[in-house]
Write a new protein. Sequence first.
Length: 310
Amino acid sequence: MHAHDASATPGHHDIRIGTLVPAHDRTAELIRQLLPHGFETFQISFGKSVGDLDLNGLAASVQRALDDHGSSAKPELPRRISAIGVYGNPLTSPETVRDWERLIDAAPAFGCDIVSGFAGRIPGRPVPESYGRFGEVFRSLAARAEEKGVRLAFENCEARGTWEAGDRNIAHAPQAWDAMFGEVESPVIGLEWEPCHQIVSFVDPLPQLRRYSKRIWHIHGKDATVLWDVIHEHGIRGGVQYVHHRTPGFGDTNWTDLISTLRLQGWQGSIDIEGFHDPVYRDALETTGQVAALDYLKRCRGGRFIPNVF
C-alpha cells in the first residue's frame, strides 16, 4: 500500500491533491495536459462499466505519461494514480462484479492499491435488506483484494436514493457503513468519502470524518452549497432545487478545517477533485474551476511546503 512516514519524507506527501479523469482511449493524453497545472494524483473512473477496454494497455500509456512528466519537470511529489473505480450495481449485475474483479487484478499495473465504486443495492428496498447480498458479493471480492494488496473503497453517494428506497448504493450513511463493516470483516473494506454527499443530507462532515478516518481510503474533492433561502420558502420536497454540488472553494465546506482534521487523525491519501457537477464552473469553465479548486485545496493544505528552520 502507498503509505508514507511523513516524518521521514517531509512535505505534503501525506495528503496529495489531484483530480478524476475518465477511462477512454484519450486518458493518457488528458493526464499529459493536466500535469503542468500541478495535479499530483489522478483517479481513473470507468463509469458504470469497464466495457472492453484493454486495462494493461491503458495502465502502460498512463504510466508513460506520468514518467515523462516526472523526468522532465522533477516535481516535489511524484505524480501517480491514486485509485481506479467503477460505479455499476454489483448486487444486481454480474458484469459489475466482473468489473470489480478485473480492476482489483489490474490495480498494481496502474501503480495504485485502491479500487472504488458503489456498494450496490437491491433496487426499491430499504437499505438493511441489501446487507446480506452485500456480504455474499464482497466477501469474495475482499479476499481477492487482500491477496493482491488492494483496498476497496465505497463512495458515500446516495445516488438519489433514500434509506427506504433507491437503486444503486447503500453506502451513504454511518448506520449502513457500520453494518457493511460487520457483514464483511476485512481490513481492506473502507470508504471513498466526500463532504458533498453529507452536506446534501444536512450532515456536518467533520464529526463523521473524525469517527471514520481509519476506514476512509480515498476522498473526492467535491463540495455542496445549500440554498437555505429556497428551503425556507419551499422546503426540500417542493420541486425546487435546494442544493448545488460544487467544486471545492465554491461551496459550504471549510476545507482548511477538513484537511486539519485529517492530519490530526494521521490520515494519509489523496483528495481528487470530482468535476463536472458545478452549475457555474462547467463547460468552457470546467478546467478553470478544477485548477482553481486545486490551488484552493493546496492553500488549505498549508500552501507551499517550506523546510522547517526551527
